[in-house]
Design a binder for this molecule. Structure first.
Ligand SMILES: *Cc1c(COP(=O)(O)O)cnc(C)c1O
Length: 412
């Protein structure tokens, strides 16, 4: 081989064995990585369409739904968000965004591109929005859609959603929830909440890699989405509208076309990302095999242990205790400490990654996650012990040796 090409080969992928204890991504479960190395199939192979049907069945309990339309959008979690919004919202529609962090801002950003009329209810980062405030905003704005986040990793807060669906239905509005950060780690109850569309991702509590976005769609929402479809078959190769209504402004994220692909019609749309589908399938099998209740309890134990350990070090945990997500914990960086130097020491000495923060919290808090395959006692304890050592090295005086026993006790 010519020497100039030889230097282009870089060497086989051999990343460090880093423990990812930030707000996501996390280390994937080994079973998920193994599933991803399985052989590929053709798009309409009965084995492949059989796997697609299994995905629909596996993800219904994970979303807490009986919705027929429960499937995958190919792409990271944001692909699910964008597919939901672009397929439900036409230019000029009023959308109410319940905003309590960075991912609420992402909803408004996507809706701006769609040309929606955006109304928001906002609270300071670290709080959630009371249901009465949402009710009053729905009353005031008569939205076509109410969109919000379940757990916003930017603030570590989980928005209560009980009763949201009834409020929306009474007002003739559809509802959308981004549950990327909580799916597989905290209870999702799409049907009990009465919300129409919920989407997620694999790289948080489901213990997979990013790149597939599970989504569930109520019949009511599906009917609305299909009503925006511009031809019976859902495909017009000439790209022209037949005037049947406002077109969905994206081909890749056109949920009507994607539903036709996941239905028994099997109308060709994209080429399903086979290895990601295997990953999503194994994530769900791992989660359901453990039992969802046991899995939520494990995440709650990990969060309680992390919080107790941080407090035992004398640190201040961020945000309102009553609404904290169980799987990500924010903690204030002590004033005298260089937050980035601690993160660097954690990475270089212990091969542990913890998270920074965005926007108003940038430089003020770290975010420590314990999700999916990483919501384990030994990984939480290692992280706390390493953080204690790194803080000490940065010259921060703290009670040594307190964090680990406090965490063990709080695990329960
Ligand atoms: C992590 C996260 C995402 C991530 O989206 P990607 O496109 O997968 O990066 C989206 N929404 C929320 C609430 C998240 O916490």
């Amino acid at each position: 081989m010519p020497p100039e090409l030889d230097s282009l080969l870089f060497g086989e992928i051999d990343p460090p064995q880093r423990l990812l204890m930030g707000p996501g991504p996390i280390n994937a479960h080994p079973r998920v990585l193994r599933a991803m190395s399985a052989d590929l199939l053709g798009q309409f192979d009965p084995e492949m369409t059989g796997f697609m049907n299994q995905i629909m069945a596996l993800y219904r309990p994970i979303f807490g739904t009986q919705n027929q339309w429960t499937m995958l959008i190919d792409g990271t979690a944001r692909a699910g968000i964008e597919a939901a919004l672009v397929s439900m919202v036409a230019p000029g529609d009023t959308v109410l965004v319940v905003n309590f962090g960075r991912f609420g801002l992402l909803l408004t950003e996507i809706l701006t591109r769609i040309g929606a009329r955006i109304e928001t209810v906002d609270v300071p980062w670290g709080e959630v929005v009371p249901m009465e405030t949402i009710a009053a905003a729905i009353e005031r704005t008569s939205p076509r859609l109410v969109a919000t986040i379940h757990g916003d990793t930017s603030t570590t807060m989980a928005q209560p959603l009980e009763g949201l669906g009834d409020l929306c239905k009474a007002a003739g509005a559809l509802s959308y929830v981004d549950a990327t950060a909580t799916i597989g780690g905290m209870e999702l109850a799409a049907d009990r909440w009465g919300v129409d569309v919920v989407s997620g991702g694999l790289q948080k509590c489901l213990g997979g890699p990013s790149g597939s976005a599970p989504i569930t769609i109520s019949d009511r929402a599906a009917e609305h989405i299909f009503s925006r479809r511009h031809t019976e078959a859902g495909i017009r190769m000439d790209g022209l509208s037949d005037g049947k209504g406002p077109r969905i402004g994206s081909n890749y994220f056109d949920l009507a076309m994607i539903m036709d692909y996941w239905s028994e019609k099997r109308l060709n749309h994209h080429t399903e990302a086979t290895s990601m589908l295997y990953a999503a399938r194994e994530c769900a099998r791992v989660a359901l095999g453990e039992g969802l209740k046991a899995r939520f309890a494990r995440h709650a134990s990990a969060g309680a242990a992390m919080t107790a350990g941080l407090r035992a070090m004398g640190l201040t945990v961020f945000g309102d205790d009553a609404h904290r997500m169980t799987n990500v914990t924010g903690v204030y960086i002590p004033n005298s400490v260089d937050g980035e130097a601690v993160r660097k020491a954690m990475r270089e000495l212990f091969e542990i990654e913890i998270g920074t923060a965005f926007g108003p919290l940038q430089g003020k808090i770290w975010r420590l996650g314990a999700m999916g395959y990483n919501a384990m006692k030994h990984k939480v304890l290692l992280t706390l012990a390493a953080l204690e050592a790194c803080l000490r090295m940065e010259g921060y005086a703290l009670p040594m040796g307190e964090a680990v026993p406090a965490a063990i006790e709080a695990w329960g």
